[in-house]
Design a protein around this ligand. Structure first.
Ligand code: AMP
Length: 293
């Protein structure tokens, strides 16, 4: 496994793999602090591609001024050891100046999608995400790039960006990996106390209840959201930021699930930690993957 810090070096290594060795490249962008959720993306990449490139880059442009950019967990030594165990071929871990040199001034925005849901709560967040992913896709030029359903809106925006701007990578979305309690794995779970961690299982419980109600015939967005809301409101440590039901491709609000997949997504504060989760209703989707907590 080679760890690369410079974008020129990453570009030339990837070019050689493609042109001289004719190998397919799978790319998994991450911010590090790796857990089983990231590893399932890598597992998928390993199964589909000849070469796996993982980036570890805490992207400053996707954090708001009051957010946790400085305190976000960083441990490249631990991450690199895990990635080597998973037979990753290249780790791209550039310093910030390598991605954003002085006078950097070009941003990518997916209009109409980037200001909804997470984007309404976190202005500029998705502009940072799509910009860094565009840069990384241009550096690595993978055949396939892997993203988690955990960040459903991010995956939707990236698919749209790739289509609109004709990136050659195919986007693969991998199901959410959860602890046994149902809590979706996230680097931010590290901020939770033991008591909060237990309480955080309410996000998945609420979404599962909405899914059961849907399967029993309740198709009204308003009522499905109410079911989820009532469950979360019973948990004293939880405070709802939003719960919403939107079209799983356009993010238009859905009042009633008919013939298109609907994304039920939520953001909930557990203590001071803001967690997100989602479920897709109305169309067969991959099942969540559970791992031991
Ligand atoms: P991050 O390091 O948080 O930027 O995440 C990197 C990638 O891992 C993103 O595509 C996430 O959606 C994905 N990811 C994070 N947590 C999970 C999870 N619990 N299950 C599946 N994918 C995940």
């Amino acid at each position: 496994m080679e760890i690369i810090n410079r974008r020129k070096r990453m570009m030339s290594a990837a070019r050689k793999l493609r042109r001289e060795e004719n190998r397919t490249i799978g790319f998994v962008p991450t911010m590090g602090a790796l857990h089983e959720g990231h590893l399932s993306l890598i597992h998928e990449a390993r199964a589909m591609c000849d070469v796996v490139v993982v980036s570890v880059f805490v992207n400053p442009t996707q954090f708001g001024p009051a957010e946790d950019f400085n305190s976000y967990p960083r441990d490249l030594t631990r991450d690199a050891a895990l990635l080597a165990e998973y037979n990753v071929d290249y780790v791209f871990a550039p310093p910030v100046e390598e991605i954003y040199p002085p006078e950097f001034s070009t941003y990518v925005t997916v209009e109409g999608l980037s200001d909804k849901l997470e984007g309404a709560a976190r202005p500029e967040h998705f502009r940072g995400v799509t910009t860094v992913v565009a840069i990384l896709l241009n550096v690595v030029k993978p055949d396939f790039a892997f993203f988690g359903q955990k960040d459903a809106q991010q995956a939707i925006l990236i698919k749209r960006m790739v289509r609109d701007l004709s990136f050659s990578a195919e986007i693969v979305v991998v199901p959410i990996v959860r602890e046994e309690s149902g809590l979706a794995l996230s680097s931010r779970n590290n901020y939770l106390t033991a008591e909060e961690r237990k309480a955080a299982a309410v996000l998945h419980r609420a979404l599962s209840q909405a899914r059961s109600a849907y399967e029993e015939g309740e198709h009204s967005g308003g009522r499905l959201i109410e079911i989820a809301r009532a469950t979360i409101e019973k948990e004293p440590l939880a405070r709802i930021d939003y719960i919403s039901m939107n079209d799983a491709e356009t993010l238009a609000k859905v009042d009633k699930i008919e013939d298109r997949a609907a994304l039920v997504s939520l953001a909930v504060f557990i203590g001071n930690t803001r967690l997100i989760d989602n479920v897709v209703l109305g169309k067969a989707k991959g099942h969540d993957v559970a791992v031991a907590g």
